[in-house]
Every structure is written in C-alpha cells, then in structure tokens.
Write a protein that binds this ligand. Structure first.
Ligand code: IPM
Ligand code: MN
Length: 357
C-alpha cells in the first residue's frame, strides 16, 4: 500500500474566538488534503486562559517537548479577560516563541482585491509587502527589573537585548526571503539609529555587512516613525521590511489595518531549523466569542502559510485562491458581524471554492 506524506500538526485553539476560527481553518485543511497527495495528523493541545483558570497551569512541564515533535503548530489565540495581562502573553505565547526558538515572526501585509483599505487612493497593487520581525530578543527578552518598587523612588528598567547572533540570523533570513520572494527585491531596515544608537548601530552594521552578499537586492533604511508614515502615505515603496521585535509588533498592527483589518492578518513564528507556529494575529476577541460572527479568514490564511512552510506550495495556492474568491465575491466586510455571513459559512465558502464547485 502506498503511504502518503503525513504531517503531524499540533493545534492550540486557545482562548476566546480562537477555537471558532481554528475549526474553520481545520475544515479547510481537511478539504485541501483530500485534493492533494499528503495527509495530516492533528493533535489538540489544551492551553490558554481556560486551562489556567481551571488548573493554574500556563505551560505545564513536558508540553514544549511534545510540541517539538510535531511538524508545525497551528495556534488560534491566547488571551483571557479574567486573567491579568502578561500571564498568558509572557507565560505561554512568548514562552513558546522563545523555547521553540522561533526567531522570525513573518507577517505579510497584502491588500486583496475586493477588500477596502482605509488608505485613500490605494489599492491591491500598492499594498503587498512582508514584515520580517525578530521574535526572540529586543525589549521582549524580559531583561530588567524594579528597584524600590512601590515607593516614590521606584525605578523600572526594561532593557532591549540585541545579540550579534540574533540580529544576524534575522537579517540573513530577511535577505534570503527577499531573494526567494523575487518581487521588487528591496529590503528596508526599520530602526531608530538617531536615538537608539547602540542597538540599531549593531543592526545597521550587520545589515550592510550581510547586504554585500546580496548585490541583487536593493537596500533601504527608514526610522520606525518614518516607516509608519510611509506605510500610510506610500505603502507601494515596501517589498520586505526587517526590524526588531518591538517595532515589528507595532508596525504589523498598522500593516493589518491597511490590508483591511485583523480579519485577514496572519503570521508565522518561524524556526527555520525547528518547529514553526502559525497564527491569526488578531487575538482572542472576547466580546465576539461564541457568536459565530468572527472572521476565520486570518486563521485560514495561517493554514496557507503553514502549508507553504511545509513545502506544500500547490495546496497553499489552492487556499489562497479560495480566500481571494471569497473576498472578491462574497464578503461585505472583513469585520466581525459585518461580513454578511457567519464564521462557519465563510469556512464553507472557502471549502466550496477549493472543491471548485
Ligand atoms: C503579537 C501580540 C503579542 C506580541 C502579545 C500578545 C504578547 O501582540 O503577536 O503581535 O506582542 O508579540
Ligand atoms: Mn502585536
């Protein structure tokens, strides 16, 4: 008997609307595998706010080892209104990114035809770039602390950690990615060399050093504040942007807005030599939970990114085409409750287009 290529996928539906959008993402995954010559084996992991409130556990011992045995991870959302901010974000999401050494956060910003952008006069041709965000260092490294906490002389220190190793592997990934993407072949370093004269001095030096190995790629530099300005004014200038963890976090929320909203924004936490994790970047959206009105397309796009990463380009292409059709022909809006369809119906539409009926 012929054995199909099989991928072991860990699924973390998580909190809020996470399980609802993941259900549609998995539905899509099954429909696409039926049309391809590979299979998937899914294992669900119960992690997130509900589990924490039930048992006090955030990331129990042994879980990372188990996740590490999979080919990829699909994550819904982490964040619970009854859990103090920071516990799940730092204890689970960031901990997974760090422990699995997912040192790249890859966030495409694509405006699909048929989707409204708040940017006047811009359309699908103008908004098509990818942010390569460093995902294990910077202000996120957790370096710092309090002195004299709670007193009038309190000191709070939060340091940005930038290692030569961490910066270089991120910049190298960005150059390679830009080459493979083969679009405008332009890589922009987004930093703040005029103020953060240590951290971004390192980034800038490494950037131009590595650039020598990629003569076909045009390099550019923009301060983070100017990057925000250009993303609004001239988004067509960007092809690939590489930046640190904090700036990447901020500019990708802006990116999600100019591509039509959180309903479509997906990202990948990539460890090129290990296990990567794919997620819709919109969060757990507690107020929409259980209403069947949240947009599942970002989670479905996360599956597309996951399949691309696994080398299943054709399957990923099928999903992308279906997403494009739904956006062009069906959805009234990307926003929760305004799509003109329920969450499950959007998943059905994607499935219908993949099946070609
Ligand atoms: C994101 C989120 C996370 C981050 C939070 C939830 C810790 O905003 O994935 O962008 O800051 O990285
Ligand atoms: Mn963010």
């Amino acid at each position: 008997m012929e054995h199909k290529r099989t991928y072991n996928i860990a699924v973390i539906p998580g909190d809020g609307t996470g399980p609802e959008v993941i259900r549609e993402a998995i539905k899509t995954l099954h429909i696409v595998t039926e049309r391809e010559d590979f299979a998937v084996r899914l294992v669900q992991f119960d992690l997130g706010g509900e589990r924490y409130l039930r048992t006090g556990e955030v990331l129990p011992p042994g879980v990372v080892e188990k996740l590490n045995k999979h080919d990829a991870i699909l994550l819904g959302a982490i964040g619970h209104p009854e859990v103090k901010p920071g516990i799940l974000e730092k204890g689970l999401l960031l901990e997974l990114r760090f422990q699995l050494d997912q040192y790249i956060n890859l966030r495409p910003v694509i405006l699909y035809p048929g989707v409204d952008t708040p940017l006047k006069g811009k359309d699908a041709e103008d908004i098509d770039f990818v942010v390569v965000r460093e995902n294990t260092e910077g202000l996120y490294a957790g370096s710092g602390g309090f002195l004299r906490k709670g007193t009038p002389h309190e000191v709070a220190i939060q340091e940005s950690i930038n290692t030569r190793f961490g910066v270089e592997r991120c910049i190298r990934f960005a150059f390679e990615f830009c080459r493979r993407r083969n679009r405008r072949k332009k890589l922009t370093l987004c930093g703040k060399t005029n103020v953060l004269t240590y951290a971004f001095d390192l980034w800038e030096r490494v950037f131009y050093e590595v650039a020598e190995e990629y003569p076909e790629i045009q390099t550019d530099y923009a301060h983070v504040d100017a990057t925000c300005m250009w993303m609004v004014k001239n988004p067509e200038w960007f092809d690939v942007i590489v930046t640190d963890n904090m700036f990447g976090d901020i500019i990708t929320d802006l990116g999600a807005m100019i591509q039509g909203g959180m309903g479509i924004a997906a990202g990948g936490n990539i460890n090129p030599n290990g296990v990567s994790m794919f997620e819709p970047i919109g969060g757990s959206a507690p107020k929409y939970t259980g209403k069947n009105i949240i947009n599942p397309l970002a989670a479905i796009a996360a599956v597309q990114m996951m399949l691309e990463h696994l080398g299943e380009e054709r399957a990923a292409g099928r999903i992308e085409n279906a997403i494009r059709k739904v956006l062009l022909q069906d959805l009234k809006s990307l926003s929760a409750g305004q799509m003109g369809y329920f969450t499950t119906e959007v998943g059905d539409l994607v499935g219908k287009y993949i099946k070609g009926v």
